[in-house]
Design a protein around this ligand. Structure first.
Ligand code: FNR
Length: 366
């Protein structure tokens, strides 16, 4: 009585199936968000407040939505963002996502708290496949330095430092589960306390004293482009430019950290005009994540100035419900939607997307 994969017509369909078939602990960890989950909902509703202003009578017989992210060519402007504990949802864990990413020429961000060993995830990649490292900074900087330099040696093309999680948010759906699952065996070598849900169990090593003053040190230990993941206001984007990093991810961590954090697209709409005014728009790449479920969401973010978007839960749900076939199909559905979306808004290439193609006024007046 589980729906056939062919009956999943969009990314939200995978969530509905996953909710029914996943183990409760896994569903609790993947789906949960902070407190009353207001920011989680806002991540979706913010996209619903942006409307298109399509161009007509543009020859859109051929559309091309390939692009580059941090200098890496890719087939479509989304990447698989870092989500911890892949083995909660599927016995093989993150390598399933790696294989789909390879098949679709999509970038994958490898989480510090992956269930699979880092090397296993890199080894699962095909020749030329691009992966980035998501970093939770350890209180012991020698450990962090080892992780970063190992990733660079293994060919990672970007270092995404998570900056929105000095302490893990309260995800009560997750905390209610007594957490004893196999998938909790992350490779960070830390003792775990499983009494308060998966998130608490794996996160005690994260350094809450991390600050802007640490950025030059990261610059000194790696040549990988550095991106700050979890930026939430334009002032900090400007600081990031000044700090000399190559990018930021506007993100509220999928609603899992600060409750009442704004959606990334709203922060994006606030950010781009300021960057343009300061002449900084070409100095840094802006990514967004949170609530992206449709190609129209991707298009809205790109029109507003994002270089690319991260997608998290949908791939976990597709993987948990259907394994690699599920993730493959989820990515293909996004590509199909993207081709149609580009045609219907009258854009032939990513370079043609611009702020004039969206009406984002309702983001701020509602
Ligand atoms: C995350 N996210 C995350 N971020 C990070 O920097 N390090 C991590 O280990 C994790 N782990 C993680 C686990 C799970 C189950 C989820 C759902 C999310 C946040 C993630 O990278 C991203 O910001 C959001 O998932 C984007 O929102 P959507 O696409 O899930 O709505």
């Amino acid at each position: 009585e589980m729906p056939l994969l062919e009956q999943c017509y969009n990314l939200l369909d995978f969530e509905a199936v996953a909710r029914r078939v996943m183990k409760k602990t896994a569903w609790g960890y993947y789906s949960s968000a902070a407190d009353d989950e207001i920011t989680l909902r806002e991540n979706h509703s913010a996209f619903h407040r942006i409307w298109f202003r399509p161009r007509i009578l543009v020859d859109v017989e051929k559309v091309d939505f390939s692009t580059t992210m941090l200098g890496t060519p890719c087939s479509i402007p989304f990447y698989v963002t870092a989500t911890a504990l892949g083995k909660l949802g599927h016995v093989e864990g993150e390598v399933v996502l790696t294989r789909s990413a390879q098949k679709h020429n999509v970038v994958q961000m490898i989480p510090t708290l992956a269930s699979c060993a880092f090397d296993e995830i890199v080894d699962a990649a095909g020749p030329g496949q691009v992966q980035w490292l998501q970093l939770y900074v350890n209180k012991d900087r020698a450990i962090t330095q080892r992780i970063v330099q190992h990733a660079e040696r293994r060919g990672c093309k970007g270092l995404f430092i998570t900056v929105d999680a000095p302490q893990l948010g309260r995800r009560e759906k997750d905390m209610r589960m007594k957490f004893t699952d196999e998938g909790s065996n992350v490779q960070n070598g830390q003792a775990t306390d499983t009494s308060q849900g998966a998130a608490r169990a794996i996160s005690s090593f994260i350094d809450p004293s991390l600050s802007w003053a640490d950025i030059p040190w990261f610059r000194s230990i790696t040549k990988m482009p550095i991106v700050l993941k979890g930026v939430q206001r334009v002032e900090d984007v400007v600081k990031a430019v000044e700090a000399g990093v190559q990018g930021v991810v506007l993100s509220n961590h999928g609603g899992r950290q600060l409750e009442f954090a704004r959606s990334a697209v709203e922060v994006l709409a606030e950010t781009m005009p300021v960057l343009r005014e300061l002449g900084l728009e070409d100095k840094i790449e802006i990514y967004v994540d949170g609530g992206v479920r449709r190609a129209t969401d991707i298009l809205k973010a790109l029109c507003l100035g994002a270089k690319g978007v991260g997608i998290g839960r949908p791939f976990l749900y597709a993987m948990s419900a259907y394994g690699q076939d599920g993730v493959d199909r989820a990515m293909q559905l996004l590509k199909d939607e993207m081709e149609m979306g580009m045609r219907l808004i009258g854009a032939r290439t990513i370079a043609e997307l611009n702020p004039g193609m969206v009406d984002a006024r309702s983001l701020f007046n509602h």
